[in-house]
Design a protein around this ligand. Structure first.
Ligand SMILES: Cc1cc2nc3c(=O)[nH]c(=O)nc-3n(C[C@H](O)[C@H](O)[C@H](O)COP(=O)(O)O)c2cc1C
Length: 191
């Protein structure tokens, strides 16, 4: 598969099967992804991996902590919450990515952007091996309780979680915004 095909054909996987994901593969993909990105400085990002059933359960508890304690969350029937929990706990592996907060906004943004680039390379390299992922940044998990649970440090920013697993069927592509709609030609003179 060419690189262009790989980029075009990768899909977000929201439903994976129970085939285990080996930690060695995750580490290898991470190594490969970092090698594609010479601008990522060592120390500007960090990854937390959850792969065992116990770790996955703990992570899902952290993800749902705020919601299950909120007024709205308390209205959700227990059974529905259990279904939701199981859906995430069954996902074979999760990679949580954090970037380093720098001394100024530019450094923060660069570190964050580099970590995003790393995540995209990682997703693509995984896809090449038949491994599907979902990049998760849902507002539901973006709270202090979750950040504390995953061990986010004072000088770190949460970038996202990649939930990963093998899939039986890739979903169809979503509609894309034509590039022309995002295109402005900068003129030599103001009109
Ligand atoms: C920065 C970023 C954050 C994302 N956050 C979420 C998310 O919180 N929940 C989700 O379901 N998908 C999330 N996604 C996945 C996108 O929704 C997904 O890329 C989109 O549905 C297009 O599907 P595709 O990846 O199959 O092309 C995120 C993607 C990116 C790049």
């Amino acid at each position: 598969m060419s690189l262009a095909e790989l980029i075009r054909e990768r899909r977000s996987i929201r439903k994976c099967n129970s085939t285990p994901v080996e930690q060695e593969l995750v580490v290898e993909l991470l190594h490969k992804a970092t090698r594609l990105q010479p601008t990522v400085e060592a120390g500007s990002w960090r990854v937390v991996y959850a792969g065992t059933p116990e770790a996955r359960k703990r992570l899902v508890d952290c993800m749902l902590e705020q919601m299950s304690q909120s007024k709205l969350g308390k209205l959700i029937p227990g059974k529905l919450l259990d279904v939701f929990k199981k859906r995430f706990t069954d996902i074979p592996a999760h990679v949580i990515v954090m970037s380093t907060v720098g001394p100024d906004r530019l450094t923060n943004d660069r570190n964050y952007a580099a970590a995003c680039g790393l995540m995209q390379s990682f997703q693509l390299l995984g896809w090449e091996q038949g491994l599907g992922m979902l990049w998760d940044t849902e507002s539901m998990i973006q709270n202090e309780g979750f950040f504390k649970g995953i061990g986010l440090r004072e000088d770190e920013r949460f970038v996202g979680i990649l939930h990963m697993g093998y899939y039986d069927k890739a979903p169809r592509s979503r509609k894309r915004t034509p590039a022309e709609q995002k295109w402005t030609v900068f003129q030599g003179q103001t009109t």
